[in-house]
Structure formats: structure tokens, C-alpha cells
Design a binder for this molecule. Structure first.
Ligand code: MN
Length: 731
């Protein structure tokens, strides 16, 4: 090795020697040389030699307390992807275990989480499977991502946002779920600094501004606590730490919950680490005697751990200075779990066997997500639930027998029932919270005692609207699969009714039944069903989301019926004596003041109706506008509605707004303008924004001569490359 590499190795070895582990330094040196040789001549964006990246990743892996194989795999993690080295080479040199780890990390590296939703879901699934096989794979991957985020300033700006978003949405939640606080917080803070730099610097400034004050506060409080505890609990093992909330933690409270910096009570915290659970509660008692606790701010995560196994007592108190701060009390072992989560398993080698149970518990959620996935059809739904499952804080409710059930915030009684057991959910007829009957959509709060009332009556089962009441993936998919299995006939009927209803609402109409049948069969086959019946059944049990399919159905329909089924466009012949204003004839009234309702912005060709306002003339609405009663005779003021129609005599122009959905591409706006210019259409407004799923939504307001003209504008815009949906707003 070159001298500079040799020096790097020395410092790496020195670092490892300070870890609580005996490594095989011969093998590690071999891997180090292998890594340097493989990446020879490669550079990172920072212009550093490439091999320094895997070495940094290996340091983080060592800090997490992982073993020899994991450190070697970290050193080699980019060789298969970026160099000529093969997995076979690695297996030959370093054994099958290292090769498996490198293979796992390489595979995860190829997955992208910034692409389309379904693909994201599929990728996440693959990652979870990899994690289920050997959790070290994801720990190395997290270390890799952490080092890449630390050096993100060297990455081109466009890629930074993508990486930051992916880190915030996928990697940080996984670190959180695995309980690795340090990595989770650092990943989040760097992501926020990229995604919302202004807010990030604002918080940073607030924190540095109060640095001196904070240090003094924490120091004096800590001294007083130490003094008091050494007096009251002499000889008991005690450690003290001061902590400042992470920037992302403050960011979430300020920008998502709308609190001001001074309203966040747990920015400063003192941590007391002691030996036993009993002593944790003893310390708590003394703390509440020393400081005034803020009501409802005490949390006992010792008796009910968080889903990532975090355990601690939290209480917020007010000190002499009048500043609220948090005290966290936990045992040494709980502290290790809080900092290193699943990795504590290696770091502290806390009796491998005894620890396996907890490891299993932590991995259980991965398995559960995978199981739910196979029962369920729609991949993007799963992704959303995984994100919800990963990101949300939890509530804890108790069964009458005292079992604690963990659920995400917002979970209802339905989720609770299915979390106990699917048989309980299916037989549920009602629920009691703290002894009182509640509706099934009751949102659960921590500490509630919930009793599920069940029946053994044959033929009883869940109701379809439970799917909407449930928030957990688990409950939703169990309800769906019940419907799928038990209720085929009913599913078909329910699905058919929903299809009919949606078709009517969207003006999808057929001349005869045969035509409709052919259309539905065709649609079903496009969705990979054998026939329309199967499609109805899937809609019925919720396996297919009709609302998500609608744009596609409309397209299909429009293509089939472009010419055949256009609604009547020709206005009725108007007797010559009628006078119109603004192109509208209001029956029985000559020359009245008319205006077009903003809610529906009618166009010539639309069926319309007038409403006599108080002092502002007649306001013209589309007949099917939401503000027009369905049956005029039954409405509160039937006398004020008045028939109206378009005059043929006068040519007037109207403004209409169109919403254009397109893939995000350069030159889109230019192309839209070009189309409008060629059609000589005047444009009064244009607004483009990118949507969450990476597409672009453009809203334009154009001057049009009427419905037919507007349709031709829409047809032309639809032909623009990348545009996949155009619709008129204010319908
Ligand atoms: Mn890497």
C-alpha cells in the first residue's frame, strides 16, 4: 500500500481498538488492502480517493458495535457495484457470510425509492426481505447512507433533494423502527437542511442564540439533581447526561404542529441513567419533589415500551428559572437499547440467547408488513401504509385483561379489534371504552381500556365501511380478505353498484346494455381480470380502487365515444323577439342584469339555470352545479330559480380553467403555449407546480367561445407529449 493508505489504515485500526470487540485484524487488513486496490483511481464527488468512503462506512458500522464480518463487508460494500470485483472473488477471499452481506447491500443500493409509487413499494418490499434475512445488511446500508448524507454538499444540487427525501421517507424511519436513535436523528437533520434550508438555519440560529443560557441552565439543574440524588440514594449507580432536541424534532413541532420555539417544552433534557427499574421510579419521585411537574406530560415508556422497544420515563418539569425542561430516567440497559436499538445486540453482547426474543420482537413488524402485502393487491396502498406504519408515533390501549395493544396515532376501535385477533375483529358487534359503548370509528387514546363485544351468531361479519374506519394496514387487509373469501355474490353486487354510481357521476353513459357490457369486459381484461364479474368482485371487496382507475376509464370511454355520444350541443332555436344579455336568455325577463356563477363557470353548450339574487340580477349556474338543488320544487325557495338558455344570436367569449396533468419534463409550458397560440386562444393565467408523485400539474385559464371550442382545446392539449390527463375545473 502507498504510504498515505498505510497511515489511513493505522488510524482505522486505532479506532477499532477502542471499540468493545476483539476483531480479526489480519482479515480486516486484508479487506482494507482489497478495498484500496479495487477502488484504485476512483474518486468521489468530493475529489477524495474513493476508498475513504467504505472506510468511513466501516467506522460507523464499528461504532454500532457490529462484528468482524460486518466490518469487512462494509469495507467491500461498493466493490461489486463499482469495480470489476465479483461476488465469487469476495467469497473466495473472505467467505460466504461476507459475500452474502455484500450482496445484500449491493442489491439494496440498486433499489430506488424516488420513482413511481408501485415501484417504491416493490423496492421497499425487497429491502424488507433482505432485512428479514440478515439485519446486518440494513445496518451497513444505514451506515453507508449516513456517510453519503454527511458528504452530500459535494453532490450536484438536483440529486441532493432526491437523496434527502428518500432518506427522510425511507431510511430514517427504518433507523427509527430499529431503535438506532443517533443515526435516525442525524439522517433527519441533514435531510431537513437540504429540503428546507431556510427553516433549518432559523432553528440553528435560535439554538445557538440560546447556547450560553442553555448551557448554564442545564449545568445548574444537573448539579442540583446530582447533589440531591447522591444524598437520597447513596451508593446507587447514577449517570447524568444533558441533551438538546434534534433540529428535525424541533422542526416538526414548529412547522407541523405550529408551535413557537418557546412553546416546545422538551428542547432541553436531563437524562438520569441508573441500575434498576425500581430505582427509575424512585428517581422520578425525587424529581417531582424537586421540581414542579407539568400536568399530562408524564410518560411511562417503561411499563409500555414504544414499538421500537424504547423504554424510559419522561416527565416535563419547571425549574427555578421558569424554563420547562424534560427529565428522562432509564436503566443502563434501556439506555443502550435507546441509542443503538437492534444493534445493541452486537454491541453489548447481552447474552445472545436471552436477547433473541427481543430481536424477534423487533423483526416482527417486518414480517407483518410482508404478510399483509401478500394478502393485498394494490402496491401503492401498501407503500402508503408502510410509510404510515413507519412514521407514526403510537398510542397504547389496554384490553380488559390488561394486555397492552400498540397502534398508530389515529387508530380506531376497528384497528384495535383486528390487532387482538382477526377472529375478534370479524365477530365484533360493538365496543366499550372505559365501560361506555362507543361508535366503532372511535379514535383511541393512550391508556383507554377497550372491550370488544362479539357475537357467535352465524352469518355475522364485518361491514364494508370498516375499511374506511381502519387506519392500519393489518385491519384493512384482513377485512378485505374476509370480503374476498366470504362474500363473492355480494361483492359482485356491491362492485357493480359502485361502478354504476361512478359512471353516472362522471357522465359515462351508454346507448344500450350490450355496449356497456362490451366496454366493461374490455376494461376488466385490461386490468388483468378474466371478466367483468371478477372485476366487480374486486371493486366490491376493495381490492381495486375505482377512484384511482377513473381517469383511465374516462380516457377509454372518450376514445370509444368521442363522436357517438357527445351531449346535445346545439342550443334551442330562440324566437327572434327574445333579448339576451351576455349570450343568455332568461325566460320571462328582458334585459336583466346577469352574471355567471363563479362556482361552476358555465359555458355556452352547458345546460344552465338562473337564480334571482337579491339586488344583483340573475346569477347563471350550470344545471348540475352543486349549488343548484337537484329538484327545484323541493328546494327552500323554488320561486327564485328560473329557466335560462343560451342565445344563438350573440357571440360572446368566456373564461374557463383547465387542469393539465403531465409528467415532469422540460419544455412542457412552451408546448402548451404553442398549442394555444396556434389555435389563437387567449390565455389569462398559467400556474404550474410539481406534485408529490413527481408529476407536474398546470392550471391554465383560457378564453373560449363555448363548450365545443373548449373540447377542441382539450383534445389538442391532450396530444402534447407527456400530458396524461386534462380536465375542466369548476365542474
Ligand atoms: Mn457506498
Amino acid at each position: 500500500m502507498q504510504e498515505s493508505c498505510e497511515r489511513q489504515y493505522e488510524s482505522f485500526r486505532f479506532f477499532l481498538e477502542r471499540q468493545n470487540w476483539s476483531y480479526d485484524y489480519d482479515k480486516i487488513r486484508e479487506a482494507f488492502v482489497f478495498c484500496v486496490t479495487a477502488h484504485e483511481g476512483q474518486m468521489r464527488c468530493s475529489k477524495e480517493a474513493y476508498y475513504l468512503h467504505p472506510v468511513s462506512v466501516a467506522r460507523i458500522v464499528a461504532q454500532l458495535g457490529l462484528d468482524n464480518e460486518a466490518i469487512i463487508a462494509a469495507l467491500l460494500h461498493d466493490t461489486v457495484e463499482d469495480t470489476t470485483v465479483t461476488l465469487e472473488d469476495i467469497e473466495e477471499e473472505f467467505g460466504g457470510e461476507v459475500a452474502l452481506l455484500v450482496d445484500g447491500v449491493t442489491k439494496i443500493g440498486r433499489l430506488s425509492f424516488v420513482s413511481k409509487e408501485e415501484q417504491q413499494a416493490e423496492n421497499l418490499r425487497k429491502m424488507l426481505i433482505a432485512m428479514g434475512k440478515d439485519i446486518r445488511v440494513i445496518l451497513i446500508k444505514l451506515a453507508d447512507r449516513l456517510h453519503n448524507m454527511r458528504t452530500i454538499d459535494y453532490v450536484p444540487p438536483q440529486k441532493r433533494r432526491d437523496k434527502a427525501l428518500e432518506t427522510l421517507e425511507v431510511y430514517a424511519p427504518i433507523a427509527h423502527r430499529l431503535g438506532i436513535r443517533a443515526i435516525k436523528e442525524e439522517l433527519e437533520d441533514i435531510s431537513i437542511s437540504q429540503l428546507d434550508p431556510v427553516a433549518y438555519h432559523e432553528i440553528e440560529t435560535l439554538l445557538t442564540g440560546k447556547k450560553q443560557f442553555r448551557n448554564q441552565l442545564l449545568l445548574s439543574v444537573r448539579e442540583r439533581i446530582e447533589e440531591r440524588l447522591s444524598k437520597e440514594m447513596p451508593g446507587v449507580h447514577m449517570e447524568f447526561q444533558s441533551r438538546v432536541k434534534s433540529i428535525n424534532g424541533i422542526y416538526r413541532k414548529m412547522y407541523m404542529q405550529g408551535r413557537s420555539f418557546d412553546e416546545i417544552y422538551d428542547i432541553y433534557a436531563i437524562r438520569v441513567i441508573t441500575d434498576t427499574v425500581a430505582n427509575c421510579y424512585n428517581v422520578l419521585g425525587i424529581m417531582h419533589d424537586m421540581f414542579r411537574p407539568i400536568p399530562n406530560r408524564f410518560k411511562d415508556y417503561i411499563s409500555t415500551p414504544k414499538p421500537n422497544m424504547y423504554q424510559s420515563l419522561h416527565t416535563t418539569v419547571i425549574g427555578r428559572e421558569g424554563v420547562p425542561f424534560e427529565i428522562q430516567i432509564r436503566t443502563v440497559e434501556m439506555h443502550e437499547t435507546a441509542e443503538y436499538g437492534i444493534a445493541a445486540h452486537w454491541k453489548y453482547k447481552i447474552g445472545l440467547n436471552e436477547n433473541n426474543g427481543r430481536m424477534e420482537e423487533r423483526l416482527a413488524w417486518i414480517r407483518q408488513i410482508l404478510e399483509n402485502q401478500s394478502e393485498d393487491g394494490d402496491a401503492s396502498d401498501i407503500l402508503r401504509s408502510i410509510k404510515v406504519d413507519l412514521a407514526q408515533e403510537d398510542v397504547f390501549a389496554v384490553t380488559p385483561r390488561g394486555d397492552v395493544i400498540n397502534l398508530p396515532v389515529g387508530a380506531t376501535v376497528v384497528d384495535f379489534a383486528f390487532a387482538i385477533h382477526s377472529a375478534v375483529g370479524i365477530k365484533m358487534v360493538g365496543a366499550k371504552v372505559d365501560g361506555k359503548i362507543v361508535p366503532l370509528n372511535h379514535v383511541i387514546k393512550t391508556g383507554e381500556i377497550i372491550e370488544i363485544l362479539t357475537t357467535n351468531q352465524v352469518g355475522h361479519g364485518p361491514s364494508r365501511d370498516w375499511i374506511n374506519m381502519a387506519v392500519t394496514n393489518q385491519a384493512k387487509s384482513k377485512i378485505r380478505s374476509w370480503f374476498k373469501k366470504e362474500k363473492r355474490t355480494e361483492n359482485i353486487a356491491a362492485g357493480r353498484a359502485e361502478v354504476d354510481r361512478e359512471f353516472r357521476r362522471n357522465g359515462i353513459d351508454f346507448n344500450d346494455e350490450k355496449q356497456q357490457e362490451t366496454f366493461l369486459d374490455d376494461l376488466a381484461k385490461r386490468q388483468h381480470f378474466n371478466n367483468a364479474e371478477e372485476f366487480f368482485a374486486a371493486v366490491g371487496y376493495g381490492g381495486v380502487s375505482l377512484s384511482r382507475l377513473l381517469p383511465h376509464i374516462k380516457d377509454l370511454y372518450n376514445k370509444l365515444h368521442q363522436t357517438a355520444n357527445l351531449p346535445e350541443l346545439v342550443p334551442p332555436v330562440v324566437p327572434a323577439k327574445e333579448k339576451s344579455s351576455g349570450g343568455v336568455v332568461v325566460e320571462g325577463i328582458d334585459n336583466c342584469l346577469i352574471k355567471f356563477a363563479k362556482c361552476c363557470a358555465p359555458l355556452p353548450g352547458d345546460e344552465i339555470i338562473g337564480f334571482i339574487t337579491r339586488g344583483h340580477g340573475v346569477s347563471i349556474h350550470k344545471r348540475d352545479c352543486n349549488n343548484v338543488p337537484k329538484t327545484i320544487a323541493d328546494s327552500p325557495e323554488p320561486g327564485r330559480w328560473i329557466a335560462a338558455h343560451w342565445s344563438v344570436a350573440q357571440k360572446t367569449s368566456f373564461w374557463a380553467s383547465l387542469q393539465i396533468a403531465s409528467i415532469d419534463r422540460e419544455g412542457l409550458i412552451f408546448d402548451i403555449s404553442q398549442v394555444l397560440m396556434n389555435m389563437r386562444v387567449r390565455l389569462s393565467g398559467m400556474n404550474a407546480r410539481s406534485t408529490k408523485d413527481g408529476n407536474t400539474m398546470v392550471v391554465i385559464t383560457v378564453n373560449t367561445e363555448g363548450l365545443e371550442h373548449l373540447r377542441s382545446i382539450i383534445t389538442h392539449i391532450e396530444k402534447i407529449h407527456g400530458v396524461f390527463h386534462v380536465e375542466r375545473l369548476n365542474q
